[in-house]
Ligand binder design. Structure first.
Ligand code: CP
Length: 327
């Protein structure tokens, strides 16, 4: 199957990177490439999703993902509506399915959803005919974040096969870690995790990752570090002795990186706890691609929106020019 056909066969929804094939993931990354240019134009708008109606349903806080999806949708000319738990009838006890059915009754085409419950996106996708994109479901997956991280790595290194990437920090509570692991392993990268044992899920080795107990070992091994936020809001205490202690033992600091045998690329999905998992001189330093990740997020989301509504990767260039692009 060609990459184009594979990506076109993404199906109705994107709920995770687990189970996607190499061709499907590369198909999304390749489709994001021509869409990068749209955000650099003076008039950032192409007619690809004209007439489509998309609901952004965010039950958890978000800055990057929600705004990035909204920009992606608007730059593709879709009509968008944003709904949060506060201010909607969810706060009066309406169920997720009832909310979605009412939206369906208004003839929407797609739902982008962030939800606190792992599996919520798959549950919704199985119950409504509209396309569903998972914008993060509890500690399960955050597929578009995984894709934009992988695109940023590919942009920098020009390869993914054999690339050594270590995910550092609170892996236990991280949907970003899972999506990165599924995507990177499928694409042939070597993946490791590093963090306190209390913040590494039991059986993580079964996902084909190596585990480093000490961050110094991870720095010696890796070509790129994806540094995760300590998700304090998902912890009830007892996972780390203190934030100061965490920074002392696992924090990514300039002093630690000076021991790296090679230049180390630094990623972080955001939001950052500066001075906890990452120091400011690393986050803002010359090897950080944290803001490039955010820029790539818009192109990746444009690609996913385009593909799920029937676009073909090899026609993205023509589609964004307003040509005969969509299948
Ligand atoms: N990376 C990420 O998901 O950030 P937000 O929570 O701000 O969307």
């Amino acid at each position: 199957m060609s990459r184009s056909a594979a990506a076109a066969a993404l199906g109705k929804d994107l709920v995770g990177l687990e189970g996607l094939t190499r061709e499907q993931i590369l198909g999304i990354l390749d489709t994001a490439e021509p869409f990068k240019e749209v955000s650099e134009r003076r008039i950032k708008k192409v007619p690809v999703l004209r007439g489509k109606t998309i609901v952004n349903l965010f039950f958890e806080p978000s800055t990057r993902t929600r705004i990035s999806f909204e920009f992606a949708e608007k730059r593709l000319s879709a009509d968008t509506v944003n709904i949060g738990a506060v201010g909607s009838s969810v706060s009066k006890g309406e169920t997720l399915v009832d909310t979605a059915r009412n939206l369906e009754a208004m003839r929407i085409d797609m739902v982008v959803m962030r939800h606190w419950s792992p599996g919520a996106a798959r549950f919704l996708a199985s119950r409504i005919p509209s396309n569903v994109i998972n914008a993060g479901d509890g500690a399960h997956e955050h597929p578009t974040q995984g894709l934009l991280d992988i695109l940023t790595l590919r942009d920098h290194f020009g390869r993914l096969e054999g690339l050594k990437v270590c995910i550092v920090g609170d892996v236990l509570h991280s949907r970003v870690a899972r999506s990165n692991i599924y995507g990177l392993v499928t694409l042939g990268a070597e993946v490791a995790v590093c963090g306190p044992r209390t913040l590494l899920p039991a059986g993580i080795e079964e996902l084909d990752v190596r585990v480093f107990a000490r961050v110094e070992e991870a720095i010696e091994w890796a070509e790129a570090l994806n540094v995760l936020r300590l998700q304090l809001e998902r912890m009830e205490g007892g996972f780390v002795p203190s934030l100061r202690e965490y920074n002392r033992v696992f924090g990514i600091t300039r002093e630690r990186l000076e021991w790296a045998p090679r230049e180390m690329l630094i990623l972080h999905p955001g939001p950052m706890n500066r001075g906890v998992e990452i120091d400011s001189d690393v986050a803002d330093g010359p090897h950080s691609v944290i803001l490039r990740q955010v820029t790539n997020g818009v192109a990746v989301r444009m690609a996913v929106l385009y593909l799920l509504t029937g676009g073909a990767p090899d026609r993205a260039e023509s589609a964004k020019s307003g040509g005969e692009g969509r299948s």
